[in-house]
Design a protein. Structure first.
Length: 343
């Protein structure tokens, strides 16, 4: 099976499995797991922050970030397509109790201009705005990269208005590898950053929430509140260390495979795709023929290819470590065959 549904389907590498088996552990809720402590130090250092917190998932990292940045009843500015708003079970409202003020992030790129328009003047009728949430790269935006320059402008704007910035950087290393910029060029323009270890970086579990020491102390308490203290999770952190140290550079292979996939799809009749918009590992395209997305996915599955749908008639394929360049050719052949008999 060629699994292009997500980069979350990646299995841990042999080196990760070995590191997991040999991990020295302790009770992390007492701060005594040396492997988790090492991962947190390494993660903080990689993204240029003072501290980091190991959490089970990107979803928990973002939720804990909201709990640490805001108080119930405050407002956050967030993209209508952002993972935090779209895919996290409404945790922002239900658990953090914040009010989302939505901006249009359909193309996956944030601008200071769009965010500034969402600001409201001080007024007794309005909630307090506290936080701007960004996502880079942007999942529903087809892996789009918000350029460093935009991040800087947004951060300056946030500072002017006394707001904080949280970056959902689940795939921030993809942005760094694709642009050739150090990851800190992006992360310096956010107060807190979520980094996922279990997507393209291939760790089996885990994310890091990074920020100042003070922020991470608050986040640690919020993690406890949502039940995320993990005891001897050094066995998981050990894989995360390998992810950060060994798996970042190879993301370029996923990007090359995604570009190749997009180029091949662009010449198949019955779909709309602009390969120039494929900047990282996510390929998103629209079916224009009579075949429905459901049928398309089922017929692909019959040919041994798994993909996903992110909206009606919108197909998503994500290049990842489990899929080789040769697999991409096979996937393209499967799409050609499905479209030839489905249009
Ligand atoms: C941009 C983004 N943020 C957060 C998450 C959540 O990560 P997790 O699945 O580990 O909860 C995802 C998952 O795909 C994502 O794409």
């Amino acid at each position: 099976m060629i699994d292009l549904r997500s980069d979350t389907v990646t299995w841990p590498t042999e080196e990760m499995r070995l590191a997991m088996a040999q991990a020295v552990v302790g009770d992390d809720v007492y701060g005594e797991d040396p492997t988790i402590n090492r991962l947190e130090e390494l993660g903080a250092q990689k993204v240029g922050k003072e501290a980091a917190l190991f959490v089970p998932s990107g979803t928990m990292s973002n939720l804990v970030a909201l709990l640490a940045h805001t108080r119930p009843g405050e407002e956050i500015i967030v993209g209508a397509e952002a993972h935090i708003y779209y895919y996290e079970v409404g945790g922002l409202a239900r658990v953090a109790g914040v009010l989302p003020r939505l901006i249009d992030d359909r193309d996956g790129i944030f601008t200071a201009e769009a965010i500034e328009k969402a600001f409201r003047p001080p007024n007794p009728h309005f909630p307090e705005t506290r936080l701007i949430c960004l996502e880079n790269t942007h999942n529903r935006g087809g892996g789009a990269i918000t350029p460093v320059e935009n991040m800087r402008e947004i951060y300056d704007l946030a500072r002017e208005h006394g707001l904080s910035v949280h970056l959902d950087g689940a795939r921030i290393f993809n942005a760094a590898v694709a642009t050739g910029c150090p990851v800190t060029d992006f992360t310096r323009y956010a107060d807190s950053v979520t980094v996922c270890l279990s997507k393209g970086l291939s760790a089996p579990v885990g994310s890091l929430l990074t920020g100042t020491r003070d922020f991470v102390t608050r986040a640690r308490k919020a993690r406890k509140l949502v039940g995320g203290g993990m005891r001897q999770a050094g066995v998981l952190a050990a894989a995360g260390i390998v992810a950060l140290e060994k798996m970042v550079d190879r993301l370029a292979e996923d990007h090359a495979n995604a570009r190749h996939l997009a180029g091949g799809l662009a010449v198949i009749p019955g779909m709309i795709i602009d390969p120039r918009r494929v900047q990282t590992n996510i390929v998103s395209y629209e079916l224009t023929s009579r075949i429905t997305d459901g049928e398309f996915l089922m017929r692909l599955l019959d040919r041994g290819v798994l993909a996903g749908s992110s909206a009606p008639q919108r197909i998503r394929m994500v290049a990842n470590r489990m899929v080789s360049a040769a697999d991409i050719e096979i996937a393209l052949e499967a799409v050609r065959a499905v479209m030839a008999c489905g249009s």
